[in-house]
Design a protein around this ligand. Structure first.
Ligand code: XMP
Length: 523
């Protein structure tokens, strides 16, 4: 059985990060709600348990809690922030409102290194975010670290293998945070660190085979990272029992449809039934004359379901519908944890009602984006596809302002291709020289065709052509974003190439708007 750490979620904002850091120590980990039955946790035989932070005060009526039993399973437990306070509260210590609220980078003094703070310097920086504090540790605990305003920044009861940390080791601002988590999962819990992406792939392939048996699986392949990796994984597991339907709505980036086909279609490296539906004309017809953004989105979404449904009907009943849902989708849709619902994800929902199937399988449900990418490489999916930027479901349809037609799609595809190639080239040059991505490297960058036409002059002739807008953002979570500071000379090269190489464009703008007030996409 696989070694596993269980993270118990009390609604903190960094919970995903905890899971990710644990996996960076090559230890598998899963997140469960604090409401999960203790018997279920016990049955999973975890090697260790981590209690997360959370927004509540543990001494208040109705605050998320846990019973003493959790600390008596004979399994090491590490409480972080709220989790640390809760541990003390439940075991007889005292937690109260702190006289001074701590937030941000704080100097930490460690006075006992072993085992939790092994190889951690006596003085370092940690990331604090709390308004309550532990004023008295529970009986049996020793204080092992403090800050100016926090007498119990960390405490331990070595006999029972219980550890409490008031700050957030999972946040990179905590200088030795990763080391502390490593000490917990590897040294204290004794995990061997044998979890690797290849073993994940092998385990998943085995689990999928067991679950699917000789059943049929249907997957809607968008060409994006998640559905492509899901397709790769399923194909390795069940080969021809998998059918992927790839709807090419004619609103993909330049050459993208062919690239997807070359990987997953006939003669590609995967064994599966691949159906590419060229629905371009059909989409353009439906979209003719439509200018209102929401209506465009709706038409594109509905048409996708229609096309998919038609294909599904040809295939007949399937046993499973597979989806490339990944962990952040689960959290964002409020399906997974205790954290506040951020937004309902654009890509979940919709399909299941229209297809005749028995069950959904989501083999990437426990992975983060970077892990999905690692898995993709492990499965042999080309880098070009694995490192694709996020791309909205409605595609270029929402990057063409106003009416959509074939000519406009071609313009935005060509301009976008030039823009992305030049940014990638500049970034690669920078990396070759300095060994790292440039600071300005955007998380998402693309061209938009505005609906504005203006007068220009080219080769002594008057022109009356479109303006292209270049968008590039730096963002962590896509909920807020800043315009990326792409060097001016790179932008100039892009501008001059677009004007010279893309017919129908005589002006190029750079979008400086942050989010909010702007969104990343234009429509
Ligand atoms: P906005 O425009 O909302 O974009 O600031 C934030 C991120 O979400 C992507 N996006 C979408 N992704 N379906 C998707 O799968 C959509 O309908 C959609 N709309 C926006 C956008 O590309 C950016 O990464």
């Amino acid at each position: 059985m696989q070694e596993k750490i269980i993270v118990i979620d009390f609604g903190g904002q960094y919970n995903q990060l905890i899971a990710r850091r644990v996996r960076e120590c090559n230890v598998y980990c899963e997140i469960y709600s604090y409401k999960t039955d203790i018997a279920k946790i016990k049955a999973m035989e975890p090697k260790g348990i981590i209690l997360t932070g959370g927004p509540n005060s543990c001494y208040e009526e109705g605050a998320p809690g846990c019973t003493k039993e959790l600390f008596e399973l004979g399994v090491p437990v590490l409480g972080l922030c709220y989790g640390a306070q809760l541990m003390m509260h439940v075991l007889g210590g005292k937690v109260e409102k702190a006289p001074v609220r701590e937030y941000g980078k704080t100097e930490l003094v460690v006075n006992n290194n072993e085992p939790l703070f092994s190889e951690v310097e006596e003085n370092s920086i940690c990331w604090m975010s709390h308004f309550d504090y532990i004023s008295k540790p529970a009986p049996g605990f020793d204080i092992i670290a403090h800050t100016d305003n926090c007498p119990v920044a960390a405490a331990e009861d070595k006999k029972r293998d219980l550890y409490a940390i008031q700050f957030h080791p999972e946040v990179l601002h905590t200088q030795y945070g990763t080391r502390m988590l490593y000490n917990f999962v590897r040294n204290i819990c004794g995990c061997s660190g044998s979890w690797r992406m290849d073993s994940f792939a092998a385990d998943q392939i085995k689990a999928i085979r067991e679950k699917v048996g000789d059943g049929k699986v249907l997957l809607a392949l968008s060409g994006g990272v998640d559905s492509s990796v899901a397709a790769g994984l399923l194909s390795r597991a069940i080969g021809k029992q998998l059918t992927c339907v790839f709807v090419d709505h004619g609103l993909l980036r330049k050459d993208e449809g062919d690239e997807v086909e070359s990987v997953f279609g006939e003669g590609g490296q995967f064994d599966l039934n691949f159906i590419r539906v060229n629905a371009k004309e059909r989409y353009y017809d439906k979209l003719a004359g439509v200018t209102e953004p929401e209506q465009k989105r709706k038409i594109i979404g509905e048409e996708f379901i229609r096309v998919f449904e038609e294909e599904a009907r040809k295939i007949g009943a399937v046993d499973f519908l597979a989806q490339g849902t990944i962990y952040p989708d689960v959290v964002e849709s409020g399906l997974g944890g205790e954290s506040a619902v951020i937004k309902s994800h654009h890509n979940v929902g919709g399909l299941p009602d229209y297809v005749n199937f028995k069950e959904i399988i989501e083999p990437l449900r426990n992975l983060f984006k970077d892990e999905v990418r690692k898995l993709g490489l492990e499965l042999g999916i080309p880098e070009k596809l694995v490192f694709r930027q996020p791309f909205p479901g409605p595609g270029l349809g929402i990057r063409i302002i106003g009416e959509i037609n074939a000519e406009k799609v071609k313009i935005v595809q060509d301009a976008d291709y030039i823009y992305r190639s030049e940014v990638d080239k500049a970034a690669a040059n920078y990396k070759a020289e300095y060994g790292d991505d440039p600071k300005w490297m955007p998380n998402q960058y693309f061209a938009v065709l505005t609906n504005m036409r203006s007068v220009g002059v080219m080769g002594d002739e008057r022109t009356y052509d479109y303006a292209v807008a270049l968008r590039a953002v730096n963002t962590i979570d896509f909920m807020t974003a800043e315009a990326a500071q792409i060097p001016f000379e790179v932008l100039q090269t892009v501008m001059s190439r677009i004007i010279n190489e893309v017919r129908g464009v005589n002006r190029v703008f750079y979008d400086l708007t942050s989010k909010p007030p702007g969104t990343v996409e234009f429509e």
